[in-house]
Design a protein around this ligand. Structure first.
Ligand code: GLC
Length: 765
């Protein structure tokens, strides 16, 4: 008997089961676009904590012939061969989308292989080194404290997102492998025509997500693994960090310098040296005699404080949290039930078993004093978890996690240790700050982390190459469901130079998470550390971020509603344009702003690919026809930046920090120089930027549309949701450029306007 021939099958409503000699294949529709596939040798199906989606009512239709059974969701068909050796094909209305080559459930492997199409490109896979298109390499998902160079040879960094998408001429699909063990994705490395994904352990349980657009795949993937909640507005400002600002006077001095120098900044970080001997939840009393007073003082200046917290608790009989954890058996143990110890910053430490709900609540409770003091955000680090005296850099895989009475090995729990720590941290915010939105930053993660935390890409270096590759890395993290991501601006290890810092801050102000951070014993890296020229450029670019905050905040609203990344690769908006498929050194901030940073030394111009449409140079106002490369001027004080003609961008005057004044936007309309009639539309979201009230409807939504011809600009302004009384009262549009029509209509009524710096300014509400 052929091992891969269907022996029997059973279909009921939204599930279908096919029995082969060696395994069973189970299909379940989660929606018209999402099908769950589970290949098993008798194990039960279960989902990891990454999955939050429940199957929707979407039944299969079935067609049966001699050779095939076709399951159809309406949008996508799965054809299962009955007579030939194992064959499974996902088909859309344009033809084949994906063709399986095989499923392997041998003892060594659980994997699935698909044919790669000639024209296929691959994206996603989270925090991986290299360029945008992930084709041609093999990737492993195993959270690792990777202090060494993050060059192309580096595989496992801190985070694991077992998700990729394939884009080919027939459209885009996604695969999410719901397995927390070490998994792998061979994207045409071993065999250039095959992608194989799988694991040595755990179930071969994956989701097929049909597009046909990339946007629909991201929408589907973030339906499965969840979306971010709106962050507090202050977290979208500029963050300043260093390992470490000590003593407390130094922290205050850095903060004061920002204000004196008129460089906007919202957040300052306390790295490990604030603690007493690296004991988490303590302060070094000599270096920080009055942390609460310091935080108050910083608050007065408009700064929030974020403190680092590592999971390991110092083994010390006089240290309260350790004593309590030990007494209550809260730590990860070996097979004999003895707490595991490993070395991290404080020396020997024990690690909370975050797989347990009671341990999560205990950990949350430990935050009380920090929260009462006014610490605004928590930075979870070393949470892979990193163990410094282990050859594997982490815990032995045979350690035990209790998982609320369903014990499992560290091998299974490793990749979700940080996810569970983030859950515990979020519980702390819910407990002690129920009215405020949490801010959590994490180094390690797994799919679904976006529901809890922002991320940064760990210990990069002050290398040009790390500036360059931060862009594709963040773009792929954004496509993997985590929009709130950033890399250490200026680089963590090594000394940054003036030129590198200038180019990095120009790029970094567009990172969704915008933080300058540097390592111990490295050269100073504050915006003023490289002299007056750099300071001036940094000031201008950080101010530019603050000007764009209403636009950026709205992109976070979009991310929370649909999963759209804040920072997007060009291919996300222009997937039919082959020139965009591999562009890695440009990005789109939302749909309308295109950035093309300089990422090499000594360059004062660069080639920029502008996709279809007309693009307006941010600095000169000059317009360029898209669908081609241009050579852009990029003197040291400029980064090539463009706005898509027709766009509406909400902006405001820059401020020293987000709390200075309410987030009031002016709507900048960029019509460009066309003589044809032009139209544009924008949906504007506003709320209080800090509380959870928006979840109960306390927000406003506006729809702004305009049509502009040679003589008339006709603006329609409509409130489509009303729920936030303290919202903006006066609305203004600024028509950018020289095209000034004679007549302005607001909701059909004639209105006046002023002229300011060549622009037309209209008060419309
Ligand atoms: C790790 C973190 C880094 C931090 C340092 C000290 O290396 O990645 O950001 O500054 O630990 O806490």
């Amino acid at each position: 008997m052929r091992p891969n021939k269907v022996l029997s099958w059973q279909i009921s409503k939204n599930t279908a089961t096919f029995k082969y000699e060696n395994f069973t294949l189970n299909f379940q529709t989660f929606s018209e676009r999402i099908i769950n596939i589970f290949a098993s040798k008798g194990e039960n199906k279960s989902f990891t904590q990454a999955v939050v989606m429940k199957p929707e009512e979407a039944a299969f239709d079935m067609e049966e012939s001699k050779d095939y059974i076709i399951l159809s969701t309406g949008l996508v068909k799965v054809r299962i061969g009955l007579e030939q050796d194992f064959a499974m094909e996902f088909i859309d209305n344009k033809g084949f989308l994906l063709q399986t080559i095989g499923i392997d459930l041998s003892n060594k492997n659980r994997s699935c292989s698909f044919k790669i199409r000639k024209d296929e490109h691959f994206y996603g896979l989270g925090e991986k080194t290299g360029f945008l298109d992930k084709r041609g390499r093999r990737y492993t998902m195993w959270n690792t404290d990777h202090y060494e160079d993050h060059d192309e040879g580096a595989d496992c960094l801190y985070e694991s997102y077992p998700f990729y998408m394939g884009l080919n001429r027939t459209g885009c699909y996604g695969i999410y492998l719901d397995n927390t063990y070490k998994t792998f994705f061979d994207v045409g490395k071993q065999d250039k025509d095959t992608v194989t994904f799988g694991a040595e352990k755990g179930p071969l349980n994956f989701f097929f997500i049909y597009g046909p657009s990339m946007k629909e795949v991201v929408l589907g993937y973030t339906k499965i693994t969840g979306r971010i909640e709106l962050p507090p507005l202050w977290a979208l400002g500029y963050h300043q960090s260093r390992y470490s600002y000590v003593p407390q006077e130094k922290v205050l001095e850095i903060a004061r310098t920002f204000r004196e120098k008129d460089i906007p900044c919202d957040v300052i970080y306390l790295d490990i040296d604030y603690m007493d001997g690296y004991r988490v939840f303590t302060f070094d009393k000599e270096k920080f005699p009055d942390p609460a007073g310091m935080i108050k003082e910083l608050e007065k200046m408009g700064f929030k404080v974020v403190t680092i917290l590592d999971p390991g608790l110092k083994v010390d009989g006089d240290y309260g949290p350790f004593k309590e954890g030990l007494k209550k058996n809260y730590f990860v143990t070996d097979k004999n039930g003895l707490p595991f110890t490993g070395r991290v910053w404080p020396g020997l430490t024990c690690f909370p078993d975050f797989s347990r709900d009671d341990v999560k609540s205990w950990w949350a409770g430990l935050h009380e004093e920090y929260m009462n003091m006014g610490i605004a955000g928590i930075w979870n680090d070393m949470n892979e978890p990193a163990v410094m005296d282990s050859s594997t850099k982490t815990m032995p895989v045979d350690l035990v996690h209790d998982r609320n009475g369903n014990p499992t090995t560290h091998e299974e729990f490793h990749n979700i240790y940080a996810l569970n720590m983030a859950m515990a941290t979020k519980e702390a915010f819910k407990k002690f700050r129920p009215c405020n939105r949490p801010f959590i930053l994490t180094r390690a993660a797994f799919s679904g982390i976006q529901r809890y935390s922002a991320m940064w890409t760990g210990d990069n270096r002050s290398y040009w190459n790390h500036l360059k590759t931060s862009i594709p890395m963040l773009l792929n993290i954004g496509l993997s469901g985590e929009p709130f991501c950033g890399a250490d601006i200026g680089g963590f290890t090594g000394d940054c130079s003036e030129e590198l810092f200038i180019r990095w801050i120009q790029t970094g102000v567009f990172y969704p998470f915008c933080r300058n951070h540097s390592g111990a014993s490295t050269a100073d890296q504050e915006p003023w550390a490289f002299g007056a020229r750099c300071e001036q450029i940094a000031r201008e670019f950080i101010k530019l971020r603050y000007k764009l905050l209403p636009y950026i905040y709205n992109l976070f609203y979009q991310a929370a509603s649909s999963g759209d990344p804040v920072l997007r690769p060009l291919v996300y908006e222009y997937e039919e344009d082959e020139n965009c498929h591999a562009v890695f050194d440009e990005f789109l901030l939302g749909e309308s702003i295109l950035g093309a940073p300089v990422v090499e030394p000594g360059k004062t111009n660069r080639a920029v690919y502008l996709p279809d449409g007309r693009w307006i140079d941010w600095w000169s106002g000059k317009e360029h026809e898209g669908g081609r490369y241009i050579l852009a001027d990029a003197p040291l004080d400029k980064m090539p930046l463009y706005v898509k003609a027709g766009s509406i961008i909400p902006m405001r005057e820059p401020m020293s920090h987000t709390g200075e004044k309410p987030l009031e936007a002016e709507f900048h309309i960029f019509p460009g120089n066309t003589t044809e009639e032009i139209r544009g539309e924008y949906v504007y979201y506003e709320d209080d930027g800090r509380s959870e009230d928006y979840k109960k409807g306390a927000y406003n939504l506006y729809k702004i549309r305009y049509t502009m011809s040679k003589d008339v600009v006709d603006i329609k302004f409509e409130k489509t949701h009303s729920g936030y009384d303290l919202g903006q009262k006066d609305f203004k549009a600024v028509i950018r450029g020289e095209k000034i029509p004679d007549t302005v209509l607001i909701n059909g009524r004639k209105s006046g306007f002023n002229k300011e710096n060549e622009n037309m300014v209209i008060d419309f509400c």
